[in-house]
Unconditional design. Structure first.
Length: 536
């Protein structure tokens, strides 16, 4: 009986190992293999066609958020050109910051409102923080898309923050607020006692509710989140600098003479120095001259006669004061307030320019042109929060006093004390300069706080209770150590964590922290259209 010949085995690999061909491609499964290859090829072909012809709707991870909905069928608006491997895995290429900046950044801005570098500057104004980071992440690492139309991609999960920050959520392991942990005091620049003033407000306004008295001075902004800066005209004028306030009788004489003295209104008018236009309209009846002595009554807040004479006396003590001579108050401020100093300097120079315009001499007009160019450059720098400002220019000379003998210096300093005696009731005076009042009232420099959202749950003194105001209202006496303008009347972090904790109120990072602190500049629409047009 004839036997069926056996199929010859093939060989496998370089070693020519024997193997049956049917083992590699079994006849029963060969159809499935070809079917899989056909389906894979069709899927790849459709992905390529979908990306280039239909905007990638097939391969996207899901619907875009409502803010990006118009880009649903235009993957190339956000994604770079995909590789074959990306397409094979269902991806559409990398999302670059440059693509995000096409819509979200203004023209020609290297750093930008939303750049990662903004996170390091934050509101500190410290340009040492503006350095490249090895942990720098693209926008898409935190703002994850394709989560649906209702997704809020600005709400970043804490896990994203914790890739760089070691502590957990606010309710678990967050450090104490820096302003309290470092034991710093307010830079108030003011002699002020809350107990005395609250008691006076309640009596004058016939108030019963203590919190209403607090809001007499701490007036909320329109949105209720923060408070307006303290203003003398709104908060202090009703009681301070009444019509009876007067300076002592002061000796008259040019400040630089051997016998120091103050300048009279007539001397200031005749001198015609820049910035003294106010003297042309001042009321002579406010001055009383008896022999070689002069006094002024009433006194006004930032009284121009007092400020002008103080400036003259300061020039004798510190002849190399430089740009600090353009300021009404001390230039010693934290870094984030430097722009305010430069704006004050600009305002003073602008007043000088206005006073010099009437002089037709070519030299003066040339100097005006130079000043206007300098002012234009300074204004442009102030409009850009990423331009460093040099505070040493404003402090120049104050550490190099004039070469005066001790008797001369003591006499001038005594005259400064007499000139500012009424002002010194509230304002410290050092080196013939008023301390700068911090009117901002904000101490959390790296976080946001919404008072309106909390006042429905807590009263003012439930949180701000470090100053014992109620004790003063009950007839008690508060010492300066208990109640002064430098006390941080802020609650510790434990007070906030009593509500903001897991299973209670929201305690995520983005509840208080804003990653892009400069996004308020979005309102400057002209900067986005044409930065050059927005230059002053």
């Amino acid at each position: 009986m004839a036997t069926k010949p056996r199929a010859r085995k093939g060989t496998f690999g370089d070693a020519a190992l024997p193997v049956a061909g049917a083992y590699l491609t079994p006849r029963r499964r060969r159809g499935l293999v070809w079917l899989g290859l056909a389906l894979g090829g069709a899927l790849l072909a459709w992905a390529v066609l979908d990306f280039f012809a239909f905007g990638g709707g097939f391969v996207s991870g899901g619907p875009l958020s409502s803010g990006h909905a118009m880009l649903q069928n235009d993957c190339a608006a956000c994604h770079s050109t995909p590789s074959a491997g990306d397409l094979a895995l269902g991806g559409t290429g990398e999302v670059t910051d440059a693509n995000c900046g096409t819509c979200h950044e203004r023209l020609g801005d290297e750093l930008g409102v939303y750049s990662f570098a903004s996170h390091y500057l934050y509101r500190s104004g410290d340009f040492q923080r503006l350095v490249p980071s090895e942990h720098e992440m693209p926008c898409s690492a935190c703002h994850v898309e394709h989560q649906g139309r209702q997704a809020v991609i600005t709400q970043v999960a804490d896990a994203r923050c914790q890739t760089c920050h070691t502590f957990g959520s606010f309710g678990d392991g967050h450090p104490q607020f820096d302003v309290l942990a470092e034991g710093r005091t307010d830079r108030a620049g003011l002699h002020f006692a809350h107990g005395q003033h609250v008691k006076e407000v309640m009596e004058r306004q016939a108030l019963v509710d203590l919190e209403v008295a607090c809001l007499h001075c701490h007036q909320p902004e329109a949105d209720g989140r923060q408070f307006q800066p303290i203003s003398f005209d709104r908060h202090c004028d009703a009681c301070h600098l009444t019509a009876t306030e007067t300076t002592p009788r002061l000796p008259v004489g040019p400040a630089g003479a051997a016998e120091p003295g103050v300048a009279t209104l007539a001397q200031i008018r005749d001198g015609g120095a820049p910035g003294t236009d106010w003297a042309l309209f001042a009321n002579p009846r406010e001055f009383r001259e008896v022999g070689d002595l002069v006094s002024k009554s009433p006194l006004h807040h930032r009284d121009p006669w007092v400020m002008e004479n103080l400036r003259r006396l300061r020039r004798v003590l510190y002849p190399n004061a430089g740009l600090a001579d353009l300021l009404d108050a001390s230039a010693e401020v934290p870094a984030e307030q430097l722009p305010d100093l430069y704006r004050e300097m600009v305002a003073t120079l602008e007043a000088y320019v206005r006073g010099l315009r009437s002089d037709p001499s070519p030299a003066v007009q040339d100097e005006i042109a130079n000043l206007e160019e300098i002012l234009r450059q300074v204004r442009r720098a102030l409009d850009d929060p990423y331009t460093p400002l040099d505070e040493t220019e404003l402090l120049l000379g104050l550490e190099r006093p004039a070469d005066l003998d001790p008797d001369q210096r003591a006499e001038i300093e005594s005259l400064v004390a007499d000139l500012t005696s009424v002002c010194a009731t509230c304002h410290p005076v050092e080196r013939a300069t008023f301390a700068r009042v911090d009117t901002d009232l904000r101490e959390l420099r790296r976080a946001e706080f919404d008072h309106r959202a909390h006042v429905v749950q807590r009263r003012c003194l439930d949180c701000h209770g470090e100053i014992p105001v109620t004790a003063a209202l009950e007839g008690g006496t508060l010492t300066e150590a208990q109640d002064h303008s430098g006390i941080h009347n802020l609650p510790a972090i434990e007070s906030c964590q009593s509500c903001h904790a897991p299973k209670l109120a929201n305690d995520s990072c983005v509840t208080c922290h804003q990653f892009h602190p400069d996004d308020g500049r979005r309102s400057q629409l002209l900067l986005y259209l044409d930065p050059e047009e927005a230059t002053p």
